[in-house]
Design a protein around this ligand. Structure first.
Ligand SMILES: Nc1ncnc2c1ncn2[C@@H]1O[C@H](COP(=O)(O)OP(=O)(O)OP(=O)(O)O)[C@@H](O)[C@H]1O
Length: 633
C-alpha cells in the first residue's frame, strides 16, 4: 500500500506544518492510504449527486439550509478578498450551498467544488471539508497537504457546525483556487469561519430547543447572555436535551462528569429556580459553586408556559451559594491612550443616555469596550444584551430582536417569545455590525427608539422598554446610506457620538496586552521571548485582538518551559507585507530586506552565523527580520 505514495510523503507531511495541524494531516494521510486505499497520484472525476438528490438532501437538512442561507452570504462578503468561495455541506461532506464570484465558478467546478459534490475524506482524500468532519474542529488544508495531488491547487479552511447532541451536522468551508494564497491569509479566514460556524450552531440550537429551558453558563459573569456563553437545554421532564460545543468544552474543563446536577450539587429544578429572575427572563449572571471547587456564572431563559413552575419559587439549594458578586469594573485594564480616551468618552455619554456608535476593524474590541462602558455606568447586575446583526439570518433577526406573540407564525412558540430588546430592559443593548441589519428590521428598530415601546411580531400590543444603546459597525454607514442599504433617519438616531476604536497595529500597549491575555489563557506562567515580541510587534494583525488571542492560544500549548519562541507560533503566522504602493521608505526597506536575505542565504539561514557575519546580536537580527517581514525558513 505504501507504494501508492512517493517515498517519504507521509514523513514529509510531518514537515509541512507544526503541532496539531501536523498531526491532523499525518493521520488523515494514513487513513487515505491504509483505510481508503487511495494513491497520491490517483486522478478522479468529482463525485456529484444529481440535482434532484441535492434538492432532497437540502429538504432533509431544511433548518440548516434555511438558517445558513444568509449567513453563508454574509461570510462571503466579510472575507472581502478575491478568489474565495464559501460552501455549506451536510454531515457527510456533500455541498448543499455555495457562493462565489460568477467569473470563478468554472474554476471551482473544474476542481469539484459545486453543489452536490461529495467531499468526504474517503472520496477525495485529505481535504478541508472531509478532514474537518473527522477532526471535529476548524482546520486549514493548504495546497500540498491535500492527499490527492490533483487537489494541491486548493486552499480550504473549514469549521464544523454541531447539533445539540454534539455531533457534526454541517461544515462551513472557505476555499480558494489561487496560487498565491499563503498561510497568513488562512489564519484570518479560519477565525471568521469558526465564528460563523459557532453562530450557526447557536441559531440551530435556539431553533431546535425552542420549547426547552435554556441555561447559559460562563466562567466570566460578563459573558453570560452573550454569544460566547455555553448553552444547555433542559426538556420539560427535567432531562438535559442538548448542549452547545462551548458548553461541552466548559463542562469538561470544570468537571469530568459533565452532568450539571452533579456538578452544582443540586437537582435541575432547583438549579433553574435559582437562576430564574422574577420575570423568568434576563441574562443577569448568578454565581454557581462547582462541586470540586471554582465558580461558574449562569442565567436561564424559560419558555412562557414553563415559567410558573420556576419563577418566584423559593430555591432550596444543597450548598450555600457563594458570596461572589460580580466585580464592578469602573475602568479598563488597557494602557493605550487612544483606547482609554474612547472608553472615557463612551462612559460619559452612556451615563447620560446618549447613543454611542463605534467603528473599527473586526476583532479590535468594540464589544469588549461596549461591555466595559456598560459595567462602568450601569453595573454588571444590569442586563447587557449583545446581538451580532451580521450573524443572524434575515428571516430570524426581527424575531430575535422584537420577539413574537404566541402562534404568530408557523413554528412560533405557543406562548410567544419576548425578544432580546425586552431582555435589555433596564440595561444596555449592543448592536454589533448594525450595517448588516436588513431594511425592514431597521424600520422597526427606529420605531422602538422613537416610541420606547416594542411591538412583538403578530401582536398589536406595545410593551414599554427602557434601555441604552451602543451600536458598532465595521462598514462605512454613510456609504451604506448612499447605496440605499441603511436608513438615514436611523443613522442620525444611533450616532449620538461616533468613536473610532484603533486597530491593534496602532496600539502602544501590545506587550502589556499580550501579558494580560496570556495570564487569562493559561493557569501556568507563560511569556513571550524577545524574538517573539518583535515578530508580534511587526505583524499587521488584520484580525486584531481576536487574531492575537488565536495566535497566543496556539503558541501557549507548545511553550513547554513557559516561554513562547518563534518556532511555537502557528505556521500560518507571518509578518504580512503592506499591499499599498511602496513609499520611498518602503523602497529602501525592500532593498535592505533583499540585502539581508542575501546574507541569510550565504549563511544557509543559520541565525547565529548570520548575526555574526553582520556583527549584530541574534535578537537584533530577529527584530530586523521582523521589521522587514522576513520569516525563518
Ligand atoms: N482590550 C482588550 N483586552 C482583552 N481582550 C480583548 C480586548 N479587546 C478585544 N478583546 C477580545 O478580543 C476578541 C474580539 O473582541 P470584540 O468581539 O470586542 O471585537 P469586535 O471589534 O466587536 O469584533 P467584530 O467587529 O468582529 O464583532 C474578544 O474575545 C474580546 O474579549
Amino acid at each position: 500500500m505504501s507504494g501508492n505514495i512517493p517515498g517519504g510523503r507521509i514523513e514529509a507531511a510531518l514537515q509541512l506544518s507544526g503541532g496539531a495541524q501536523n498531526r491532523a494531516v499525518l493521520e488523515s494521510w494514513q487513513r487515505c492510504e491504509q483505510r481508503f486505499g487511495l494513491a497520491h497520484d490517483t486522478l478522479r472525476r468529482p463525485e456529484v449527486i444529481s440535482e434532484s438528490q441535492t434538492r432532497q438532501l437540502r429538504d432533509r437538512n431544511g433548518r440548516l439550509y434555511h438558517h445558513a442561507h444568509d449567513l453563508v452570504r454574509t461570510l462571503y462578503r466579510k472575507i472581502d478578498a478575491s478568489g474565495y468561495a464559501v460552501f455549506l455541506t451536510d454531515n457527510s461532506g456533500v455541498i448543499l450551498d455555495s457562493v462565489a464570484a460568477h467569473s470563478l465558478l468554472p474554476s471551482f467546478r473544474t476542481n469539484g467544488l459545486l453543489p452536490g459534490a461529495v467531499w468526504s475524506e474517503e472520496r477525495e482524500g485529505t481535504n478541508g471539508i472531509g478532514t474537518c468532519i473527522v477532526e471535529g474542529r476548524p482546520i486549514t488544508i493548504h495546497k500540498d497537504e491535500h492527499f490527492l495531488a490533483q487537489h494541491s491547487v486548493l486552499t480550504c479552511t473549514a469549521a464544523p457546525v454541531f447539533d445539540p447532541d454534539g455531533k457534526v451536522c454541517s461544515v462551513l468551508d472557505v476555499s480558494a483556487v489561487r496560487e498565491d494564497i499563503k498561510r497568513p491569509d488562512c489564519l484570518r479566514v479560519r477565525g471568521m469561519v469558526a465564528d460563523y460556524a459557532d453562530a450557526l450552531e447557536r441559531i440551530l440550537f435556539f431553533d431546535e430547543r425552542a420549547g426547552d429551558v435554556i441555561v447559559h453558563l460562563h466562567p466570566d459573569a460578563r459573558h453570560v447572555g452573550s454569544t460566547r456563553d455555553a448553552m444547555i437545554s433542559i426538556a420539560p421532564d427535567g432531562t438535559i436535551s442538548g448542549a452547545t460545543s462551548t458548553a461541552r468544552r466548559i463542562l469538561a474543563a470544570c468537571d469530568n462528569s459533565a452532568d450539571i446536577a452533579d456538578m452544582f450539587e443540586m437537582d435541575v429544578d432547583n438549579l433553574i429556580a435559582k437562576l430564574a429572575s422574577p420575570d423568568g427572563q434576563g441574562p443577569s449572571a448568578t454565581p454557581l459553586n462547582i462541586a470540586g471547587g471554582g465558580v461558574l456564572f449562569g442565567s436561564v431563559t424559560i419558555p412562557q408556559r414553563m415559567r410558573r413552575r420556576y419563577v418566584g419559587r423559593s430555591t432550596p439549594v444543597a450548598r450555600k451559594a457563594p458570596s461572589l458578586p460580580a466585580r464592578r469594573t469602573t475602568d479598563i485594564p488597557d494602557k493605550d491612550a487612544a483606547l482609554r480616551r474612547i472608553f472615557e468618552i463612551g462612559t460619559r455619554l452612556h451615563a447620560r443616555d446618549i447613543n454611542v456608535l463605534m467603528s473599527g476593524e473586526t476583532g479590535s474590541g468594540k464589544e469588549y469596550l461596549a461591555r466595559h462602558i456598560h459595567d462602568a455606568t450601569l453595573g454588571k447586575s444590569k442586563a447587557f444584551v449583545a446581538i451580532n446583526c451580521a450573524a443572524l439570518p434575515e428571516g430570524l433577526i426581527e424575531n430575535e430582536l422584537f420577539g413574537h406573540a404566541g402562534g404568530a407564525f408557523t413554528g412560533a412558540a405557543r406562548d410567544g417569545f419576548g425578544g432580546r430588546i425586552r431582555e435589555a430592559n433596564g440595561g444596555t443593548l449592543f448592536l454589533d455590525e448594525i450595517g448588516d441589519m436588513p431594511l425592514a428590521a431597521q424600520g422597526r428598530l427606529l420605531r422602538v427608539l422613537e416610541s420606547r415601546t416594542v411591538e412583538p411580531l403578530g401582536s398589536t400590543k406595545s410593551v414599554p422598554v427602557d434601555f441604552r444603546l451602543i451600536c458598532a459597525s465595521n462598514v462605512d454607514l454613510n456609504a451604506a446610506v448612499a447605496e440605499g442599504k441603511f436608513r438615514e433617519d436611523l443613522l442620525y438616531r444611533i450616532k449620538g457620538a461616533r468613536l473610532a476604536v484603533p486597530p491593534l497595529r496602532e496600539r502602544s500597549d501590545l506587550a502589556d496586552l499580550i501579558g494580560r491575555l496570556l495570564a487569562a489563557l493559561s493557569d501556568d506562567y507563560v511569556a513571550c521571548s524577545d524574538d517573539v515580541l518583535a515578530l508580534l510587534t511587526a505583524h499587521r494583525w488584520p484580525g486584531n485582538v481576536r487574531e492575537l488571542i488565536n495566535v497566543l492560544q496556539y503558541a501557549a500549548v507548545f511553550a513547554e518551559d513557559g516561554v513562547i519562541e518563534p518556532n511555537h507560533l502557528p505556521d500560518d503566522f507571518d509578518v504580512t507585507q503592506d499591499t499599498a504602493p511602496p513609499s520611498p521608505g518602503q523602497t529602501i526597506a525592500r532593498a535592505e530586506a533583499d540585502a539581508l536575505r542575501q546574507v541569510l542565504d550565504d549563511q544557509q539561514w543559520h541565525i547565529s552565523n548570520t548575526a555574526k557575519a553582520l556583527g549584530i546580536g541574534r535578537n537584533t537580527l530577529y527584530r530586523r527580520m521582523a521589521r522587514l517581514g522576513i520569516n525563518r525558513r
